[in-house]
Design a protein around this ligand. Structure first.
Ligand code: 5AD
Ligand code: SF4
Length: 448
């Protein structure tokens, strides 16, 4: 989950490693194999974990390559058009493997599965199973388990025993941003009761989890029976040794939450607060519900209470109607906020959204130039801020162990991504000196 300043790196297909042996894996059953590919945000990674749990319960073994799999599940993202194009590429490849008899069944799940385009894709590629985001549990029946909505509800963790785990605290979104397809595929906001969330966190911590990430499309909009997000965050921070949350909405972000990030030792000092644009005119057209000045004030509070923390954002370049002066306002906001990283997106028209029907489309060459200008502005501030960490000693939480050639990837308490020269395993802490910094990551030598 290391932020990049170009495209959201979560867009990349990734295979989440298997961390539990099949429960009912006798020889016959274990001969069934499945491959899950996850595209998109952390919510999808978490949904994949839950499907993985069903597969393991049904006696499937997980494999990494399509050609070794009886069942392939593509758990998909729909937020931008290039996400759909990528899935088409994968479906074409899977169809070829199925014709050769190497893949038996193909399932399409996640946000594309919940979209209007799903039926079209199903017919075109002969997909065996399509599931949206609300009925993922139906995979159980497809793979030979009794359908158990209660057993495979979102409340249950994916695969137990992981060092870091996601906990969904709310689903859906009540906003209607002009460009966004999420409310159409994920529905309106539903919040889980506090006790229910705490119960899951306690179970995870007992099973060895030491890093909990609270998830929701607008996680800070969480509210339940008079309690608000900050109450829940503080309660979780009492239970888990390390806590983070994503994604927040500026209109819901309370100052006391920003203070809590600074005050509570177990909360990672990292805030992801998507701004989308620095122009009030664009923010209004996007229906974001705040002005740039209000966003700036939130950032001031964050910087005051969390001076060493990291701040990241999402920016859309080239939304219909965006003028040169709107773009300048975004560059100015970047200058003022000094982001540590940003996910920058070129506007992508999505079927059924308000912006898809808007006139005044920004020409592609203009979008490209603005994209690069925004990217450069973010990289400059990120690089400057990262440089300040060089020479310091940091406690680093290892997220991914050392790959064959490279270094392990970890995270400081300030939320910086660090490459460390260590063999420490995921979930362990090391102390290391920061030797160098680039715009995206810090580099540390061998632990002290
Ligand atoms: N075009 C470009 N970017 C988009 N995002 C959401 N919808 C679109 C779209 N249609 C971006 C927003 C959001 C992030 C998850 O994806 O910046 O915060
Ligand atoms: Fe989409 Fe806006 Fe909801 Fe975020 S807040 S999920 S951008 S509609």
């Amino acid at each position: 989950m290391t932020p990049t300043t170009t495209e959201r790196n979560g867009m990349d297909a990734r295979v989440v490693p298997l961390s539990r042996k099949p429960r009912r894996g006798d020889a016959g059953e274990a001969s069934r194999t499945a491959c899950i590919r996850t595209f998109g945000c952390q919510m999808n990674v978490h949904d994949s974990d839950r499907m993985r749990r069903m597969l393991l319960d049904a006696g499937y073994a997980e494999v990494q390559r399509y050609e070794d799999a009886d069942l392939v599940i593509l758990n998909t993202c729909y937020v931008r058009e290039n996400a759909v194009n990528r899935i088409r590429g994968h479906l074409g490849e899977l169809n070829r493997l199925r014709r050769e008899g190497r893949v038996k069944k193909i399932a399409l799940t996640g946000c594309i599965g919940a979209s209007d385009e799903a039926t079209e894709l199903q017919e075109q590629y002969g997909i065996d199973l399509v599931l949206g985001t609300h009925n993922t549990y139906e995979l159980a029946e497809f793979i030979g388990l009794p359908t158990m909505e209660e057993t495979y509800t979102p409340e249950l963790p994916g695969v137990e025993g992981q060092k870091s785990a996601f906990v969904t605290i709310m689903t859906g979104c009540n906003y209607r941003c002009s460009y966004c397809v999420v409310p159409r595929v994920r529905g309106r906001m539903v919040c889980r009761p506090l006790e229910n969330v705490l119960g899951e966190v306690r179970r995870l911590v007992r099973s060895g989890t030491n890093y909990v990430t609270l998830l929701g499309q607008t996680v800070d909009a969480w509210r339940h029976e008079g309690r608000r997000f900050c109450d829940l965050l503080e309660a979780v921070a009492e239970e888990a040794p390390r806590v983070w949350f994503t994604t927040s909405h500026p209109s819901n972000m309370e100052d006391r939450t920003l203070r809590a990030i600074g005050e509570r030792e177990t909360i990672v000092k990292k805030l992801h607060l998507p701004v989308q644009s620095g122009s009030d005119r664009m923010l209004r057209m996007m229906h974001r519900g705040y002005k740039a000045e209000r966003y700036r004030r939130k950032i001031e509070v964050f910087r005051e209470h969390v001076p060493d923390g990291t701040l990241s954002t999402d920016i859309i370049v080239g939304h219909p109607g965006e003028t040169e002066s709107d773009h300048e306002a975004t560059l100015k906001l970047i200058e003022d906020c000094q982001f540590d990283s940003a996910y920058i997106f070129k506007f992508s028209p999505r079927r059924g959204t308000e912006a898809a029907g808007m006139q005044d489309v920004v020409p592609p060459d203009v979008v490209q130039r603005r994209f690069l200008e925004v990217l450069r502005a973010v990289e400059q501030s990120a690089f400057r801020r990262n440089q300040r960490k060089v020479g310091g000693v940091e406690e680093v939480y290892i997220r991914h162990g050392r790959a064959d050639s490279g270094r392990a990837v970890g995270e400081t308490w300030s939320g910086h991504a660090v490459h460390v020269d260590t063999d420490a395993a995921p979930g362990e802490y090391v102390r290391a000196c920061i030797e160098a910094a680039g715009p995206h990551v810090l580099y540390a030598g061998r632990p002290l």
